[in-house]
Design a protein around this ligand. Structure first.
Ligand SMILES: *Cc1c(COP(=O)(O)O)cnc(C)c1O
Length: 455
């Protein structure tokens, strides 16, 4: 499929099918022995190839932010930051993650429709590069907080729910009622409230059109529309544009007959739109925020086959991890469930290629990583991998369903695997529960260690 079209040299996606899968020379079996399964494995070379591939093509006026939502691992974020990426965050913990990862506060954009007062205070305290306000009420609240905490001005982008919408994405936004942002129509009459702000400074606009855009032409078209909307609103409101965040949502190919967006078409189209815009708005900072595109192709979800069995003519591989860690592999959002790319990671056994449905440990028939996947012969103990799994994996999955908890995560850099997230242990999962002792004369509540707790 797609991988042949866009080879990323020197990354784990290149291991020949018959050999044991290796990432930067480290064999799958060694990773499994050292860190256990199920395991997410991230290849820093692949992250670098994707980030640099885009950075080198995009106009320097366009800043690339990493959307932590796609993969909130602090080391993934810090590696991207070391390559030059800023961060787009949507919760207090994501903000802390980005700061911990070493992203300078002024390169962080904070957005999200439901920011609490506490989160807005965090933004002001941290000195983030911009708070993306999603309502005029939020803008006023932020202004009050900023005015009460000193002289520093707080840069703001207003998130626009645009009037146009585009096809071409599994999850498109715009032109519909949404909880996100402010309708473009309502913004045109918001000049008064914006002019009356004390410390919040509206510097520009933010528009996010949706996720999984695969067609470069669609993305370019969106970008043109967004820049046009920003220019028009700035004019109406008399704002000197200092920044426009034109979102992201670039997809990667997961399924047969999908292809990755062509990076040359993508970048040259965006650059064309950007340069046209910058002629009228010189010095305006343009922001491209990306999650999936930056991290998806760097990751493999590695599971071990526990049982191979047959039911009514269909062959099943039951593995030690499933949709509890990788909900996206169920094909959420698509009408027909399609398979993520999957491969055997162990060395090929003699025998014929077969068709296997690969399932996980959950007690639900929906726990299917891949349906009727064509694989070399599979035996218990073999390692299997779901490829292109570096985005929307464990953090977007029901990790607590059946209490298996989160898997470990490993980032391989310069041939060295680093455990960047410890897998949850049973103790971790039980530690936050409290048992009420209903038999005691006076009811008491205790944690798993037996100590009484305040509740
Ligand atoms: C989810 C989200 C992103 C990241 O989306 P990707 O499709 O992973 O690039 C960026 N911006 C906003 C506002 C989002 O909600």
């Amino acid at each position: 499929m797609t991988r042949a079209d866009t080879p990323r040299e020197g990354t784990a996606e290149d291991t020949p099918a018959a050999e044991e899968w290796r990432v930067q020379g480290v064999p799958a079996s060694e990773l499994a022995r050292a860190f256990g399964t199920p395991l997410f494995v991230y290849d820093a070379n692949a992250l670098e190839a994707v980030y640099n591939g885009l950075r080198e093509r995009l106009d320097p006026a366009i800043d690339i932010l990493y959307s932590l939502k796609a993969n909130p691992n602090v080391s993934v974020c810090s590696y991207l930051a070391s390559l030059g990426a800023g961060a787009e965050v949507s919760s207090a913990v994501e903000l802390r993650t980005a700061l911990w990862a070493g992203v300078p506060p002024e390169r962080i954009v904070y957005l999200g429709p439901g920011k609490t007062r506490r989160e807005l205070e965090e933004c002001v305290r941290a000195g983030v590069g911009a708070v993306v306000c999603e309502s005029l009420e939020e803008l006023r609240e932020l202004d009050r907080i900023a005015a009460g905490s000193g002289d520093r001005e707080v840069p703001v982008l207003l998130r626009v729910n645009p009037e146009f919408h585009t096809k071409g994405s599994g999850l498109a936004m715009g032109g519909k009622p949404r909880q996100f942002g402010i309708d473009a129509g309502a913004l045109r009459t918001a000049g008064g409230p914006i002019a009356g702000l004390r410390r919040a400074r509206v510097q520009g606009f933010h528009v996010y059109m949706g996720t999984r855009f695969l067609d470069a032409e669609d993305i370019v078209h969106n970008t043109e529309q967004i820049l046009g909307t920003a220019a028009e609103l700035a004019e109406v409101l008399g704002i000197e544009l200092k920044a426009v965040d034109f979102g992201g949502g670039f997809g990667v190919a997961y399924f047969d007959n999908e292809t990755d967006p062509d990076p040359d078409t993508l970048a040259s189209g965006i650059n064309r739109a950007a340069r046209g815009f910058l002629r009228d708005h010189p010095g305006c900072r343009l922001i491209n925020e990306l999650g999936r595109y930056l991290t998806a192709t760097c990751g493999v979800y590695m599971v071990r086959a526990l049982y191979v069995k047959e039911s009514m003519g269909e062959r099943f591989v039951v593995a030690d991890g499933g949709t509890n860690h990788h909900m996206a592999a169920v094909g959420i959002g698509s009408f027909v469930k399609r398979n993520f790319p999957m491969r055997m990671l162990s060395p090929r056994r003699p025998g014929e290629t077969g068709t296997y449905t690969v399932t996980g440990p959950l007690c639900t028939p929906n726990d299917v990583l891949g349906r009727r996947v064509v694989l070399p012969p599979v035996a218990p103990g073999d390692l299997l991998g779901v490829e292109r799994s570096g985005a929307y994996g464990p953090s977007a999955s029901p990790g607590l369903f059946l209490s298996h908890g989160f898997p470990g995560e490993v980032l391989v850099h310069d041939g060295t695997p680093h455990l960047v997230r410890l897998p949850d242990r049973g103790d971790d999962l039980l530690a936050r529960q409290r048992l009420v002792d209903f038999t005691a004369g006076e009811e008491r509540t205790a944690g798993p260690a037996g100590r009484a707790s305040g509740g």
